[in-house]
Design a protein around this ligand. Structure first.
Ligand SMILES: NC(=O)C1=CN([C@@H]2O[C@H](COP(=O)(O)OP(=O)(O)OC[C@H]3O[C@@H](n4cnc5c(N)ncnc54)[C@H](O)[C@@H]3O)[C@@H](O)[C@H]2O)C=CC1
Ligand SMILES: O=C(O)[C@H]1O[C@H](OP(=O)(O)OP(=O)(O)OC[C@H]2O[C@@H](n3ccc(=O)[nH]c3=O)[C@H](O)[C@@H]2O)[C@H](O)[C@@H](O)[C@@H]1O
Length: 479
């Protein structure tokens, strides 16, 4: 192989064997949609997604497409087209690994909750388990692709595990981080800003990179497929999330300043966003960012920086998290203060629990933290979310360990109809920007509430003037 490619340094001119069989370990928010689109766009590649969670796999295989474990607009149609043709979901991890030429690792990498790096570092135990399982099972050469978000230099650890099997099987490790956002996963996957592939800059590494480029090139324009060294690719993923979250914290910091000065954060965001160097996206002030990744990935970046002795860099990025926590607390405190400094025994209706619209994902959702803070003040919280069920909400609250599960049950209730959630409430808090909230009969809502009727719009979603003309007292973010 060395001789074959010794005269060229350009991966693009190499012609590796075509991939016909892919396995993905982890059938979650990333593994499921990513592989569904990959299979849809490559009907000649067999794609098998495996998971240890048998219920999750059963849900992916459910004939009723409304039962898929993940809600994403357009996902059902992609699954319908590819499932059973060249897309398969299975719990048989070992067979899928052995059959595949290319294995994506798409398992969870949460923040560590124990030991050194607790609360900051990424917990890589699931990644290591995957590497060990691949090492144990593989009998033919494999390309192993890091799809999960990982600390820079993780490929070294995976390589070390894989290269000590002693069975002669050769592995190439690639980094191919995923940039999809939940709620728009399918459009993001079909039309990505870029696909990033990092790998070793050896002939074998470049051949592996090219094999993955070819898989994406069936639907992504070549100019948008970026290849780098493996460490740049790993680090770029953390940096992309840090920059995105930093924009939200920046505008949220300004929202507090706006409230103190009678400036309007929406107007400020528009004014600065029209500067093409700043850009208009990701400048929406809110009750704080949520989701499984922003906080975890920034904490990871902070931890790596600290470990390398880069204290100023660590402190700089940590501030993004500090500001986000402050924004959530500020929102909860404002509710308490505005309701005459007590919410004890009062009913507060939450519209929305998911961390953003168009997803059923609630990980790190602002609603959980605001709810917890208000329950500390003995408020009764009544929630309506179009896609999140009562069990999930209770489990999110219980996970914080602030009080007993029975107490959480007493203070947090869930309604399947928004009008029931708001009935007899003292205030409504908008925690998620679901479009349907704008279409409600707000006069009917006003009539059913205690007076004065307050709205705390944590997403600047509703028409403040229209609500005020009905009689609501409205508090929005940064206005
Ligand atoms: N959720 C998102 O929007 C994005 C997530 N990411 C990254 O992708 C990775 C996965 O995230 P999600 O899909 O959200 O996580 P998830 O928790 O939804 O899915 C992970 C799945 O992996 C399975 N799993 C864990 N260990 C396993 C093993 N040894 N064998 C088989 N299955 C195993 C779990 O049962 C679970 O179903 C994380 O590193 C995350 O940072 C990256 C971009 C977007
Ligand atoms: O690594 C990941 O997990 C993903 O994290 C984010 O995607 P996601 O968390 O799904 O959703 P975003 O649209 O980024 O929103 C994150 C949070 O920020 C909030 N947000 C976003 C934008 C904004 O202007 N204001 C704001 O408050 C959202 O409401 C949400 O709570 C990134 O956008 C993806 O590129 C990345 O792949």
């Amino acid at each position: 192989m060395q001789e074959q490619y010794q005269n060229t340094a350009d991966a693009a001119v190499l012609s590796p064997n075509k991939i016909t069989s892919i396995c993905c370990i982890g059938a979650g928010y990333v593994g499921g949609p990513t592989m569904a689109v990959m299979a849809q766009k490559n009907p000649d590649i067999k794609v098998t997604v495996v998971d240890l969670n048998a219920q999750r796999i059963a849900d992916w295989n459910d004939a009723d497409l409304t039962k898929l474990p993940i809600f994403e607009p357009g996902l059902d149609q992609v699954v319908k087209e590819a499932r059973g043709r060249n897309l398969f979901f299975s719990t048989d991890v070992e067979t899928a690994i052995n059959e595949a030429q290319m294995i994506f690792i798409s398992v969870n990498t949460p923040t560590k909750t124990y030991g050194s790096g607790k609360g900051m570092a990424a917990d890589l135990k699931y990644i290591e388990l995957c590497a060990r399982q691949i090492a144990k099972v593989a009998t033919t050469d494999k390309i192993v692709v890091e799809k999960s978000t990982l600390p820079v230099k993780t490929a070294q650890a995976i390589k070390s595990i894989l290269n000590h099997t002693g069975n002669g099987v050769k592995f190439q490790i690639l980094s191919n981080p995923e940039f999809l956002a939940e709620g728009t996963a399918i459009t993001d996957l079909i039309d990505p800003d870029r696909v990033l592939i990092g790998g070793d800059q050896t002939p074998e590494g470049k051949q592996a990179i090219q094999a993955l480029v070819d898989v994406y090139a069936t639907w992504v324009p070549k100019a948008q497929i970026l290849t780098t060294n493996i460490w740049s690719s790993e680090l770029s993923k953390l940096v992309a999330n840090a920059f995105l979250a930093q924009r939200v914290s920046s505008i949220n910091a300004i929202s507090e300043l706006c409230e103190a000065t009678e400036a309007n954060v929406e107007e400020v965001a528009k004014a600065i966003g029209m500067d093409s160097r700043i850009g208009s996206k990701f400048l929406k002030a809110s009750v704080g960012f949520g989701g499984s990744c922003f906080q975890k990935d920034i904490l990871n970046l902070v931890y790596i920086s600290k470990s390398l002795g880069l204290q100023e860099t660590a402190d700089y990025w940590e501030q993004v998290i500090i500001m986000n926590n402050h924004q959530r607390d500020r929102f909860a405190n404002k509710i308490v203060q505005t309701l005459y400094n007590t919410v004890a025994g009062k009913k507060i209706a939450f519209l929305g629990w998911a961390f953003k619209k168009d997803t059923n994902d609630t990980r790190e959702a602002a609603a959980i933290y605001v709810g917890d803070r208000l329950i500390d003040e003995q408020a009764n919280i009544s929630v309506y979310d179009p896609k999140v069920n009562a069990k999930q909400m209770q489990s999110d609250l219980n996970y914080l360990n602030t009080r007993s599960e029975d107490q959480n049950k007493t203070y947090l209730s869930t309604e399947s109809n928004p009008y029931d959630a708001v009935k007899d409430s003292h205030a409504i808090a908008v925690l998620t920007e679901w479009d349907e909230f704008k279409t409600y009969d707000w006069q009917r809502i006003y009539d059913s509430m205690n007076k004065p009727a307050f709205v705390f719009d944590g997403r600047n979603l509703l028409d403040t003037e229209a609500l005020e003309s009905i009689g609501f007292i409205v508090n929005a973010i940064g206005r």
